[in-house]
Design a protein around this ligand. Sequence first.
Ligand SMILES: Cc1cc2nc3c(=O)[nH]c(=O)nc-3n(C[C@H](O)[C@H](O)[C@H](O)COP(=O)(O)O)c2cc1C
Length: 329
Amino acid sequence: MKIGDITLKNPVVLAPMAGVCNPAFRLIAKEFGAGLVCAEMVSDKGILYENERSLKMLYVDEREKPLSLQIFGGERESLVAAAKYVDKHTNADIIDINMGCPVPKITKCDAGAKWLLDPDKIYEMVAATVDAVQKPVTVKMRVGWDEDHIYAVKNAQAVERAGGAAVAVHGRTRVQMYEGTANWDIIKEVKQNVSIPVIGNGDISTPQEAKERLDKYGVDGVMIGRAALGNPWMLYRTVQYLETGEILPEPNAREKMNICMLHMDRLIELKGEDVAVREMRKHAAWYLKGLPKTGSVRNEINQMTTRDNMNKLLFNYVDQVEEIQQKIS
Ligand SMILES: Cc1cc2nc3c(=O)[nH]c(=O)nc-3n(C[C@H](O)[C@H](O)[C@H](O)COP(=O)(O)O)c2cc1C
């Protein structure tokens, strides 16, 4: 797949996820084979007012590339200015516009999913952004606002006419938030009605499902979000399955905790130990998902405040699991 002049080595894309897709996790996703990694959304106004936290979110490690950096906003002037900033001052490859965030705090400011109600505005905002920058501009959208306002095809066509280089479509409406199931038939309809690349998104939880979505719905790429939380192997196993047809085994407890600690050490480098360990509590719980007898370790994670304590806790758990497994075999 090509997005503007950026070539992706495979169609597997890590979804943008706020609070998750910082350089620490993105680099792991890239090392696990993702063809493209997306950064968490950043506020256009935060960039304009040079808010320290927002500017830090624009950092891109060379090893993550190609990388898509997502901005959100509701007003043309600030959105375009933020895009120009990203264009000039970051080494992101792609500028993505968020048109899917369902949270009221965002939609009240006419940003995120609010755009989905107005294809003309989409055209105008995307065209103004494309005109102002050198990097390719893409859009990530939901299929519509609610069941009665599903303008996915019109909205994607507006992106295409405005010069957008690709569109990622999450098969839910804004009103659905994360409930119900993603509607891939609408994603297919979008694919059939635009000629820019379409990346399908929503509810892909296994490599086989990723392949089925590519084959059955004809999308150019598959975007994987929640299934990659604490599980970058999902990306690796999907890439391998698409390339060789082979389903690789799931990782064991030790392999998972090794990557969890690599993730934590990278996060510590970025944010310092205090903040990183607190942030890693949720990730550690995700890394433990699917492993046996995690009840007490999960409870204890939330009391951890240092890297070494977290490390000890996780590997004590691994030792216990391995001991039980040895007894059984
Ligand atoms: C924790 C979390 C944070 C998210 N943050 C963003 C975001 O910053 N920008 C965005 O476009 N979508 C965001 N999303 C939506 C995902 O990119 C994706 O569209 C959604 O999770 C559906 O895909 P999935 O079923 O593979 O998880 C977020 C989702 C989750 C679970």
